[in-house]
Ligand binder design. Structure first.
Ligand code: FES
Length: 154
């Protein structure tokens, strides 16, 4: 069940579209923010709110990497290791995160602080290497600044 605030947000989004089903993606995002990940209850809540069958909602949710299907840490690190980022040292940044936080790609720290997902380009090739932490974009990452940046997320 979504909170009243989330239901209001979803209703506002639905009102922007000619068809309720067009609101599935933003509604999934709202549900994910509310539940922390897309639980079966979150999928059901989006289905109810948009009138789209649960199977269709789940199909949309499993297609895109931005939706999470298991619990994640308080802060989600999405680090790109694709070509531009790799050339500028992204693999070394993965090692630094692993050594500093004991965090493997696809995993979550024991204290639940961080989860790490390796991305295939986040659209910042010109300022590589880059990562997202939650919804914050960080570019021009270096071996020196990545831990300093991550330490801002408690
Ligand atoms: S290759 Fe990393 S942002 Fe494009």
């Amino acid at each position: 069940m979504l909170s009243e605030k989330a239901i209001k947000q979803v209703d506002e989004i639905i009102a922007r579209y000619p068809a309720k089903r067009s609101a599935v993606m933003p509604a999934l995002y709202i549900a994910q923010m509310e539940f922390g990940w897309l639980t079966p209850e979150a999928i059901e809540a989006v289905s109810e709110a948009t009138g789209v069958p649960k199977a269709t909602v789940k199909g949309v949710a499993t297609f895109y990497a931005m939706y999470k299907h298991k619990p994640i840490g308080r802060h989600l690190i999405q680090l790109c290791t694709n070509v531009s980022c790799m050339i500028f040292g992204a693999e070394r940044l993965v090692d630094i995160i692993k050594n500093k936080y004991g965090l493997e790609a696809g995993g979550t720290t024991a204290d639940g602080r961080f989860s790490l997902v390796i991305m295939e380009c986040i659209g910042a090739c010109g300022t590589a290497p880059a990562m997202l932490v939650d919804t914050d974009f960080h570019e021009n990452l270096t071996e020196e600044n990545i831990v300093k940046i991550l330490e801002n997320y408690k």
